[in-house]
Design a protein around this ligand. Structure first.
Ligand code: ACO
Length: 315
């Protein structure tokens, strides 16, 4: 089996910044509550932008950084639960927008906040069976579209954005060693589908999901280390899904991860679900904190319930 590595990342976020103070002006909440419980200070919400424009912006930036042309792409996956339409998929729209080849698989993947990890693993499998070497993986969400503004327990948490990675698959590179899991549960975290006839808005039992997350994160870290035969010290950077700063802080304390080896951007973007991990990866790459040879341990968790981890290296 050939392994994949990240060749280049990119991101695209809406222009409109919504601060905690903006939310406090329209509902019974406060900057103090949101910051102390979640670490979130601001988030971005789409106005003129659409899911498709975010995807295209992030994908173009990733292709440019990778130095790979659209014709070289062998598969495209968009991880999302908030695409503009069910059909055509966001990935098919991206095929047209970017001029990706027509003889490749392009599709959307739904695994909520773990979507980017599910997509990376799927991409590794696809490229192993493809004559082409490069793949495009995008995580994108417009969660402001499915936010319940009458539920202060959830509406302050989510933001919009997109991140993308161009990956390369080569003989001799180890697999990313993805560990993925799910436990079907429609009570703790739900985004109802159109066919149910109700309002398609997110609902979440935050405290119970929090408890699930603080167990899922170390489970994923341990399994990935076991699977790849690595130790915490072998990892250059830990990338956690940005759902709540307190969840990240607990993991950092448990594994004694030094400040220069993890990153939080939740203060700026809130929880952007499938976009959160590639947003982190792209900021890290832009800041020169990861690059060729860097080994990152990436962990995600979220609705489904779903969880996953992988050892993702940069080419
Ligand atoms: N402003 C002020 N007060 C609030 C707000 C708000 N925005 N929201 C809730 N409160 C109040 C509640 O009403 C409650 O008041 P009460 O004690 O008088 O009843 C109090 O604050 C505590 O509420 P909790 O829900 O218990 O707060 P908690 O400390 O659990 O924090 C949070 C809530 C931030 C949602 C947390 O549980 C969390 O982060 N959960 C995990 C989220 C997550 O990881 N999601 C997974 C990914 S999401 C996805 O996949 C789409």
């Amino acid at each position: 089996m050939k392994g994949i590595r990240i060749k280049g990342t990119g991101r695209c976020v809406p222009e409109r910044v919504v601060t905690n103070e903006d939310l406090a002006a329209r509902m019974d909440t406060s900057d103090e509550w949101i910051t102390s419980r979640t670490g979130i200070r601001r988030r971005r919400h789409c106005t003129a932008e659409t899911h498709s424009t975010l995807c295209a912006g992030a994908a173009r930036a990733a292709l440019a950084r990778a130095g790979v042309s659209p014709e070289e792409i062998g598969a495209c996956i968009v991880a999302t639960v908030t695409a503009d339409d069910l059909v055509p998929s966001a990935a098919c729209v991206l095929q047209r927008e970017l001029g990706l080849p027509q003889d490749i698989p392009c599709f959307d993947l739904s695994a909520a906040c773990t979507g980017f990890l599910f997509a990376l693993h799927t991409m590794e499998c696809l490229l192993n069976a493809s004559p082409r070497r490069f793949g495009l993986v995008v995580g994108a969400e417009v969660l402001s579209r499915v936010t319940n503004w009458e539920d202060r327990g959830t509406c302050v948490l989510f933001g919009d954005g997109a991140g993308a990675a161009v990956v390369e698959c080569r003989e001799g590179w180890p697999s990313i060693g993805a560990v993925l899991g799910c436990h079907g549960d429609d009570r703790l975290l739900r985004l109802p589908g159109v066919e149910r006839g109700g309002r398609s808005l997110i609902s979440m039992e935050g405290t119970r999901v929090f408890k699930f997350a603080v167990e899922a994160v170390p489970w994923c870290v341990d399994r990935v280390l076991e699977r790849t035969g690595r130790t915490v010290e072998d990892v250059d950077f830990f990338v956690f899904h940005q759902a709540n700063a307190r969840i990240i802080d607990l993991a950092v304390r448990k594994y004694h991860i030094p400040p220069e080896k993890y990153y939080k951007n939740i203060a700026e973007y809130g929880n952007t679900s499938a976009a959160s991990i590639p947003l982190v990866l792209s900021e890290l790459e832009e800041q020169g904190r990861v690059g060729p040879g860097s080994r990152t341990l990436v962990v995600g968790f979220g609705g489904g319930l779903t969880w996953g981890g992988a050892m993702v290296e940069f080419a």
